[in-house]
Structures are given as structure tokens and as C-alpha cells.
Design a protein around this ligand. Structure first.
Ligand code: LIP
Length: 262
């Protein structure tokens, strides 16, 4: 798929940051045995990856705004366009030497996500989409799952860290959902959870408290793969409510009915 100049820029930058993170990841695996652990090393890797991405994108599109997990928000001369970036989504997995993390880059235009790239460098899977041009993983066109029955469906979710206010509700979600579906997964990287919905690897994903940079790219990839996204609280905005439900479309209402009943 020959995307626009912006999409090609996003893919090139995601791959560059991903290559740097793969080198760091090999070092993290070696640091697991150290008593201090690789915490500081991972923080540095995270920040360096965001610097790589920020320098490349702002050199190519100096007028665009910026929202990055590590460096925060900067207005651009063009108030209608903004990069939304998580340089290392799945930080805890990365920290523990688990190969399930991604570089996530989204382009927002007038409040709508119009392009997204999610690069799983450890598995060399580049997920990407542009509004109106479909969703892809490497050279493969993505379509969401065709499953229409809850009992055949597998879902993923994000479980809040201990102490977060949404933990009790999330545990109630599990209690209601697990007896009526084929299984629930907690992989630890929201961007890849959304990419997997788009790829039909499972039928849905939800998270009650999640940041825009974790999910921005995945939202357009799910929609371009034929899926449907919405907030946990009906009528709210996904970013404003910091919550998301994403499914293959067919399973949105059954999943939302359970999650919204808690
Ligand atoms: C993570 C998300 C995950 C969520 C974690 C964390 P990070 O992002 O991808 O879904 O449950 O709490 O927010 O912090 O690794 O970029």
C-alpha cells in the first residue's frame, strides 16, 4: 500500500525508533538479574525513543502540534494538526524483558485521528492505517474478526495498577464477562490490543482508564479494519473520558452492555 507522505513519514520514524528500542531491549534482558533492575535504563530508553520520533516528525512538519507521553504537549503554528505519540507502549513488559511492546504514532486533524502507526519491533509487525485507505499489518490487509457469538469470542483488557480507582469496576467486568465468553487476555500494551482487534486476533478490548497516546493510533486502525470504537460511558468522548471499548463491530453492543452495567 502506497500511503500519503505523512503515513510514510510515520512508518519510517516508527521503524527508526523501534530499531533503537530493540537494541535497548536486549540490554534490559541482561539487566533482569541485577538487584537494582533496569528501571532507570528503561526510562532513558523511553525518553530517547521519543526524542528520535519528535526530532524526525518536527523536522518534516514543523508547524504541527505535539502530544507525547514523555515530553507532554506543545501547540503548533498549525492549530488543526497534532502528533500523538507513545514511544514505548507496554513499558512494564519492556522493563521485565517481555517482548510485547510497541511504538505508537498517530496524526490528529481537527480533533479526528486520520492516520496511525503501531510498530511491534520485537515481532517485526507494522500495523498502520489512514482514514479512507484501509488498515494493514506489513503487506497484509486487515479485517476484524467475523465472530458474532459472545461464547466464541476472546477479549482483552487493561487492568489498572493496584490502587487506581477503576480497579474494583474492572474486577467486576471480569466477573460478569468471563463466564459468558471464550476468554479474556491482559497483554499490557493498549496499542497492540487495538491492533489485535483490527487483525481479528480477538473480538474486542476495553480499558477504563487509558491515556490518549496509548490508543490514538489504534483507534483509526480498528475503524479502517471494519471495527467500532466508543467510550466506556455512553455519550462521552473517548479521550476526554480516558476510556475505550473497541470491537469487531458485531460484538460492540454485547460487550458494552456488560461493561456499562457495572
Ligand atoms: C500502558 C498501556 C496498558 C495499560 C497500562 C499502561 P504504557 O501504557 O498500554 O494498556 O493498562 O496501565 O498505561 O504506560 O506502557 O505506555
Amino acid at each position: 500500500m502506497q500511503g500519503t507522505a505523512n503515513l510514510n513519514l510515520m512508518i519510517k520514524t516508527a521503524r527508526k525508533a523501534g530499531r533503537a528500542l530493540v537494541k535497548d531491549f536486549r540490554e534490559v534482558e541482561n539487566l533482569q538479574v541485577s538487584s537494582k533492575g533496569p528501571g532507570d535504563f528503561v526510562t532513558r530508553a523511553d525518553r530517547e525513543a521519543e526524542q528520535i520520533i519528535k526530532e524526525d516528525l518536527q523536522a518534516a512538519r514543523p508547524s504541527y502540534g505535539w502530544l507525547g507521553e514523555e515530553t507532554g504537549e506543545e501547540a503548533g503554528a498549525d492549530p488543526t494538526r497534532r502528533w500523538i505519540v507513545d514511544p514505548l507502549d507496554g513499558t512494564t513488559n519492556f522493563l521485565h524483558g517481555m517482548p510485547h511492546w510497541a511504538v505508537s504514532i498517530a496524526l490528529e486533524h481537527k480533533g479526528e485521528i486520520i492516520a496511525g502507526v503501531i510498530f511491534d519491533a520485537a515481532k517485526d509487525e507494522m500495523f498502520f492505517a489512514e482514514k479512507g485507505f484501509g488498515a494493514f499489518m506489513n503487506e497484509t490487509r486487515l479485517r476484524v474478526s467475523g465472530r458474532r457469538n459472545m461464547i466464541e469470542s476472546v477479549f482483552a483488557c487493561g487492568v489498572p495498577f493496584a490502587g487506581k480507582s477503576t480497579l474494583p469496576a474492572t474486577l467486576k467486568d471480569f466477573a460478569k464477562l468471563m463466564p459468558v465468553c471464550a476468554g479474556v487476555r491482559r497483554w499490557g500494551a493498549a496499542s497492540l490490543d487495538l491492533a489485535y482487534v483490527a487483525a481479528g486476533r480477538y473480538e474486542g478490548y476495553w480499558e477504563r482508564e487509558i491515556n490518549p497516546w496509548d490508543i490514538a493510533a489504534g483507534l483509526v486502525i480498528v475503524k479502517e479494519a471494519g471495527g467500532f470504537v466508543g467510550p466506556v460511558r455512553e455519550g462521552r468522548d473517548i479521550f476526554e473520558s480516558k476510556s475505550v471499548i473497541a470491537t469487531n463491530g458485531e460484538m460492540f453492543d454485547p460487550l458494552a452492555k456488560i461493561i456499562r452495567s457495572v
